[in-house]
Design a protein around this ligand. Sequence first.
Ligand SMILES: NC(=O)c1ccc[n+]([C@@H]2O[C@H](COP(=O)([O-])OP(=O)(O)OC[C@H]3O[C@@H](n4cnc5c(N)ncnc54)[C@H](O)[C@@H]3O)[C@@H](O)[C@H]2O)c1
Ligand SMILES: O=C(O)C(=O)C[C@]1(C(=O)O)C=C[C@@H](O)C=C1
Length: 375
Amino acid sequence: MTLPADSAGLPHADKHVKIVGAGLLGASVGLALTRQGIDVWLTDASPTAEALACDLGAGRPLADAGDMTPDLVVIAVPPDVTAHLVARELTLHPHATVTDVASVKGHIRTALRGFVDGGQLSRTDLARYVGSHPMAGREKSGPIAARADLFAGRPWVVCTGPHTADADHERIVELARRVGAAVVELDADEHDSAVARVSHVPQVMATLTASRLNDAPVESVALAGQGLRDVTRIAASDPALWTQILTANSEQVRIVLEEVRGELDTVIDALGSTSGSLGVLAGAFVAGNDGHARIPGKHGAAPTSYATVTVLVEDRPGMLGRLFTEMGEAGINIEDLQLEHANGQQYGLAEVSVLPAERGPMIDELRARGWNVPE
Ligand SMILES: NC(=O)c1ccc[n+]([C@@H]2O[C@H](COP(=O)([O-])OP(=O)(O)OC[C@H]3O[C@@H](n4cnc5c(N)ncnc54)[C@H](O)[C@@H]3O)[C@@H](O)[C@H]2O)c1
Ligand SMILES: O=C(O)C(=O)C[C@]1(C(=O)O)C=C[C@@H](O)C=C1
């Protein structure tokens, strides 16, 4: 389809977007683009993830695309298979720009250069690849966790190589802007060094803090307040994904963790000594205050909090799909969904998160359509 130039001054473009990997990131990109009327085609190694992402409105199944040729391919799969799929898509679609959203960039660039050296990928094809990384995500995985506004106001790193054509670079910049992100241009090494500090080591710290709870008495854990919750939210992230991210950026992560180890030793020593320890401890807290003060806001966007509505969904095929469709018809966007399913029960519980202003109208609308929405 032909898109009009929009208020952001983005150019007219024929846009067919293929997304490989319909999980959290892929489905979120799909939702954001589909809402702008862009033709999105989704494919995933998991047929369930693909079908669910399509049901949620993130695009259409690639199998129905016929001879559609994409202008843009977005690879949103785990880091360990990203380079392989980038190379495959570059070869498969000789006129498409190909990007990936993996959390590491140098590792993928090195693998792609290896494919060129090994003759599996042509240098000309590689020139159409532009690595990227939206600095937005969640501790949850899969299409069910996807959100159309995931990227709004967030940085989106674009890594342009020395041989990248302007048109391919522009297409990825346009993609990031269309989903509401703020473009940051970095090379792959700068990116990996920066994210070790602002993303990968924070993930390790949250994880190690949360794992201290494992042997604690249940009465101690029950005292958990907001501080612990703030510090450990991302400890609920996917272990397989993070194992890949850390190993792919091990050198940079080690550098920052060595710094942390140094500071940790200083704090431990201060706690075990009597003279001068208060100054050392206070110094550590002041340094933390200073670092915290340097964290920018979410590029001007207000944080979104959601209201939930519980719907009793009859346990028979197609009912959940009908719920999604009818909410779509009513113009209500599903921001999140939790399903509770008791074996042998006639009903499942769907806890649907929506924008707070949409909660009342949604309850009225669903009840009018015959859905069981308890008080
Ligand atoms: N989770 C985050 O917060 C976050 C943020 C920014 C970037 N990323 C990056 O985005 C990428 C995707 O992460 P996610 O959080 O969306 O993970 P996810 O698990 O939610 O989704 C990944 C999807 O890729 C599919 N997949 C795996 N191998 C495949 C293959 N060979 N072919 C086709 N599909 C395949 C899986 O079935 C899954 O549906 C990762 O590279 C990650 O580093 C993640
Ligand atoms: O907010 C979260 O849940 C995230 O962990 C998102 C986050 C991060 O900010 O570190 C995680 C990994 C990504 O590669 C990009 C973003």
